[in-house]
Design a protein around this ligand. Structure first.
Ligand code: SF4
Length: 392
């Protein structure tokens, strides 16, 4: 058994990162007060790796993706932090044309509009959540791919652009004879592939994929995941893959970051998370979805709902829903720290791993499972009592 361990500062510290987000904070101004959508979030994306970003709705994962791509619009505002891009030596898209070549990383959040245009698509592309909304419904695929190439590669001749468009469709498994199709003439899976083709148009080094398979059935979902893995292998781009379905990430991601109420709560490799999620929320998320393959297992889900970000609970924001909560959880904010000596890179924000508050052995999957079952048994009993009283 492991014992609680000392704090550690940086998730996934490595010299091979292509992107490091440091202490990023985002706020939304609203009539009823300020909403802190992201709170000092730090993540690192390894070169050629897939980083999964998971959490329920409102956890901040999409806000994080959009903040990195500089797509947030008022009333959202980035209130602090950096998104450092490390160009590879000799890479074709090493630096935006007008960024200083001083060997330093480039903070995407500080780029001017002109510099940002040079980075978008050619260095950093994004695949949006709904393919039907992301594609223009009144333009054929050919025009939509051509528009991107024309805008960002003005030196390309029309014939070259046509050839590139056909090549892109082939890459994502769409027959080039569909190039004249309108989006409504394609299946959901083909539309999502088309979006991925457009994202690949300028061979970006980083692709942010925001729930790219959410609207698809499991068979097509699996095909798209395999396609992404195959393309990544071939072109060595890096991916931030955003989803609420943690079990998907266990199939695809190299590393996984889990968010709750605008903060990171756990970062781990896929193998570490599969073996032993450390945060009670991660355990709950893993047992909220069936896995795409493997033996059948009991689903527990997570009781309750995510908090209203205008009134985030004090201490650990998860404490009202946490089956493991104990005395300090309602008042003290847990910090990200190494979860154990055996898995020093698996970081977790939970007092169960802080020697100041907890001692003895760390919780196991069996203990997490038993505590979730207890909470469910109580909530079912509570619901039955409430219904019985209503009937009376
Ligand atoms: Fe649960 Fe407390 Fe850990 Fe938060 S800090 S996840 S409430 S045990």
């Amino acid at each position: 058994m492991n014992a609680p361990n000392a704090p550690q500062a940086t998730p996934f510290s490595s010299t091979t990162n292509i992107l490091e987000v440091r202490n990023l904070s985002v706020e939304y101004a609203s009539a009823s007060g300020t909403v802190r959508a992201l709170n000092n979030v730090s993540i690192a994306l390894g070169r050629g790796q897939i980083l999964g970003l998971a959490g329920e709705s409102g956890s901040g994962k999409t806000t994080l993706g959009h903040a990195i791509a500089r797509l947030l619009r008022p009333p959202a505002a980035i209130t602090g932090g950096q998104a450092l891009y490390y160009p590879a030596d000799g890479a074709r898209h090493a630096r935006p044309r007008n960024a200083p070549d001083d060997g330093q990383p480039i903070d995407i959040l500080q780029l001017s509009g002109k510099q940002l245009r040079a980075v978008r698509w050619s260095t950093l592309a994004i695949v949006f959540q709904s393919a039907m909304n992301a594609l223009n419904p009144v333009l054929r695929l050919s025009s939509q791919i051509d528009d991107v190439l024309k805008a960002h590669r003005p030196d390309m001749a029309a014939q070259e652009r046509r050839e590139r468009a056909n090549e892109l469709l082939r890459l994502v498994g769409i027959s080039p004879d569909r190039i004249k199709s309108y989006p409504h003439e394609l299946s959901g899976g083909m539309r999502q592939r088309a979006i991925i083709a457009i994202a690949l148009a300028l061979s970006p080094e980083i692709i942010i994929m925001d729930e790219p398979t959410t609207a698809l059935d499991v068979v097509v979902q699996r095909e798209i995941l395999l396609e992404i893995a195959r393309l990544r292998e071939r072109f060595n781009f890096s991916v931030i893959f955003i989803t609420h379905d943690l079990s998907l990430l266990l199939e695809l991601a190299d590393k996984i970051a889990i968010m709750y109420a605008g903060r990171l709560v756990e970062t781990a490799t896929r193998a570490e998370l599969k073996q032993q999620p450390r945060h009670p929320y991660s355990y709950g998320m893993l047992h909220s979805f069936p896995t795409l393959r493997g033996p059948r297992r009991r689903m527990t889900g997570i009781p309750g709902s995510p908090p209203d970000l205008r009134e985030t609970p004090a201490g650990c924001a998860f404490h009202p829903r946490c089956p493991m909560a104990f005395a300090p959880c309602a008042t003290v904010l847990p910090k990200m720290r190494s979860s154990s000596a055996e898995t020093p890179q698996q970081l977790v924000a939970c007092h169960l791993y802080d020697a100041t508050y907890a001692s003895g052995s760390l919780p196991t999957n069996a203990e997490f499972g038993a505590r979730y079952e207890e909470v469910y048994a109580q909530s079912r009993l509570g619901t039955r009592r409430a219904v019985a009283e209503d009937v009376r």
